[in-house]
Design a protein around this ligand. Structure first.
Ligand code: UDP
Length: 368
């Protein structure tokens, strides 16, 4: 029997939610993380009084009232609504795909006109049942939008052509025949006032924490620390990749600090949708919190190939990888006293609300 009830590997949103709930139930939790901070990818670094989303833009959104109330117990949320714009070779379009986009592209004003154009383009492409992202995109928004706003961006984002990618990725984005630039359809949306770190710090307030610990390199040392382990890292790495690699997409970020520019791009997120601009998007962090600071900070986001040793950001949930994941899942289910969770542990392209939801389900299962 270890000193702790739970050893939680990874101090991201999944592990921290689990730790918070278990601590409330009187369990002792040790949370370890290989980074030098808690929070996983929602961690923000405060630079010049601006919360910089260090591992990519995170905008909290959910349709689940319970999850919304859950996160609001830790922090207040502001009324930020994500309304990114797309820049295609200097042409600016509103996102997601809505009447503002259609109006600018085709010089039309009525929903029926937009629907007619999309229908015609879909017919010309001869698509009935979309089999991949390209066909799915053309069926939803037509060829013109596919060519200007989806094809290049998606290729950069995933390192694959759209006809090699699963349809669900593009179905994340709303298509609307109203003049509404809200990137999400969810009822609740916002950014924590004061930044995301507040949530994690509150969640972990009553746990023991050790940073700069790479569990997989120190398994032996930690094997008797707790009765149960929650592992939120990569499931294939946990098993030393013995069935082969799952595929991931990684990212690199390049920050630029401007002392003399207070407002660089006028919006938090600009997507560069052509194939040649090497980054997918530019984030101007202060806009997430309606910042009035002097100066500004922007981050260019570069998708890169994942290889062992690099940070895994996105699981590639296509057929081939899903099959391999299920083989790893069989191994995981036979692993005594270890449970797997989170985007990497479950190998799922989860949004933040889903991460919390899944973590709470796990807690409930424990309670029985
Ligand atoms: N996408 C696109 N053009 C854009 C934005 C997104 O084609 O300007 C596609 C792309 O394939 C991307 C997917 O839509 O992977 C989902 O986008 P989302 O913004 O949800 O991705 P995330 O923020 O999770 O990276």
């Amino acid at each position: 029997m270890g000193k702790y009830d739970f050893l939680i590997v990874g101090a991201g949103l999944f592990g921290s939610t689990f730790a918070f709930e278990m601590t409330k139930l009187g369990k002792k939790c040790l949370v370890i993380d290989k980074r030098n901070h808690v929070g996983g990818n929602i961690y923000c670094e405060n630079i010049n009084n601006i919360n910089v989303h260090k591992y990519g833009a995170h905008i909290f959104h959910t349709n689940n009232k319970k999850i919304w109330e859950y996160v609001n117990q830790f922090v207040e949320f502001n009324n930020f609504i994500n309304t990114p714009i797309a820049n295609f070779r200097g042409e600016i379009y509103n996102m997601p795909f809505n009447m503002n986009t259609f109006c600018k592209l085709w010089n039309i004003s009525k929903p029926e006109e937009a629907k007619r154009i999309i229908e015609k383009q879909k017919e010309e492409a001869g698509i009935e049942q979309p089999r991949n992202l390209e066909e799915q995109a053309i069926s939803l928004v037509g060829k013109d939008i596919y060519e200007k706003l989806i094809k290049g961006y998606t290729k950069k984002q995933w390192g694959k052509n759209c006809n090699e990618l699963p349809t669900f990725i593009i179905k994340r984005l709303p298509v609307r025949f109203t003049y509404n630039n809200n990137y999400f359809n969810d009822r609740y949306q916002g950014i924590p006032v004061g930044g995301y770190n507040i949530i994690i710090e509150k969640m972990l307030e009553k746990c023991d924490i050790r940073l700069n610990v790479d569990y997989l390199k120190e398994r032996e040392k930690y094997k008797d620390f707790a009765d149960m382990i929650l592992f939120t890292g990569m499931i294939d790495e946990y098993f030393d990749y013995k069935l082969g690699n799952l595929e991931y997409r990684s990212l690199q970020f390049k920050n630029e600090i401007f002392k003399d520019i207070d407002n660089y791009q006028g919006v938090a997120v600009v997507n560069y949708t052509d194939e040649n601009t090497p980054y997918t998007r530019v984030i101007e962090h202060k806009h997430f919190e309606f910042g009035k600071q002097k100066g500004t900070i922007i981050t260019e986001e570069y998708p890169i190939n994942w290889e062992r040793g690099k940070e895994a950001y996105y699981p590639i949930n296509d057929e081939k990888n899903s099959k391999l994941y299920h083989e790893y899942l069989d191994l995981a289910q036979n692993e005594k006293n270890v449970i797997f969770g989170g985007r990497l542990g479950n190998y799922k392209y989860y949004d933040m609300d889903k991460v919390i939801e899944e973590s709470l389900i796990l807690v409930r299962n424990f309670k029985g």
